[in-house]
Design a protein around this ligand. Sequence first.
Ligand code: CP3
Length: 354
Amino acid sequence: MTELKNDRFLRALMRQPVDRTPVWMMRQAGRYLPEYRATRAKAGDFLSLCKNTPLACEVTLQPLERYPLDAAILFSDILTIPDALGLGLYFETGEGPKFRKVIRSEADVDALPKMNAESDLDYVMNAVSTIRRELNGRVPLIGFSGSPWTLATYMIEGGSSKTFSEAKKLMYGQPEVMHRLLDHLADSVIDYLNGQIKAGAQAVQIFDTWGGVLSSWAYDEFSLRYMKKIVDGLIRENEGRRVPVIVFTKNGGQWLESIADCGADAVGLDWTTDIGNARARVGDKVALQGNMDPAMLYAPKARIRQEVADILKRYGSGSGHIFNLGHGITPDVDPEHAGAFIEAVVELSGQYHQ
Ligand code: CP3
């Protein structure tokens, strides 16, 4: 394997010394970039883009051509697992993801097939190994998956939801059936992430986008418990190096201590939590990733730079911070403003790492 030329992202995840704070953006390969929209048009649609190895590789690398980012993230989607489980994922323009089949009953849960990531999601594994080869050691490659709870909400609702009524009906009405579904998904995620790690992913992130809609006890029982199971089942060392795990629960700030106890190396924060307080709460247990409000990218460049300076100051000196947005970058952001954000981290963070 080629030597990794820039490892500050992996080092910060392990809270090892770095020369400056590493930075990447959730959804960094996406619609805010005109070159992404052009490649997607070539592929036809989003899902075809995910399944086209050379083009998926191309869009993964696009943001790295523009900005001095410290990590690449596999171009794919969290909903590839439900698709591989036979639910028939499709995207209608402007409407987000949809499934042809939904999960509503005990019989639906029991009929789910066992997934084999390496054969059922071979296009993802091919993308990982191709991107890794094309990166040629420039920066590390992040693999990812959705959390079981977040995947379950899409599978039960049949797409995005505001209220999560159907998912909550199953959770409260037939908790044992919900647990069976989540356990099946946890096994699928373990297989999927281990496949990505074997194919070359050097760190992995679990996106628990909807954990924050649960009450505290339900978060522990229906989301965090299964992320713990996943973390316990992952390959933690590959190619002679630790493969760090990042857990990101959107709106999970109030549960930070218990998330930090789940065995992950790092916790992702959205912008509603003060990163200085968060650091005091987790101590040396985990690294922290985040957490500028992505909407700050609509502000003038000088204001973006000030916000970056403030977040760096609140985190303070020393390693263990990976700069990121608190959630994905939105499609209507000016790419130059994203550039100002990254440049500010590169220029202003060195002073915190003497
Ligand atoms: O960060 C990256 O650059 C990697 C790519 C990535 C995508 N989706 C590409 C994508 C990642 C990490 C995801 C994860 C994902 N997908 C999540 C969890 C992350 C989060 O934001 O909390 C979720 C909930 C999904 C499900 C999903 N996929 C939705 C709700 C949508 C529609 C969103 C929208 O804005 O329309 C998608 C589609 C999707 N996934 C796009 C991209 C670039 C846009 C599709 C397009 O090109 O039209």
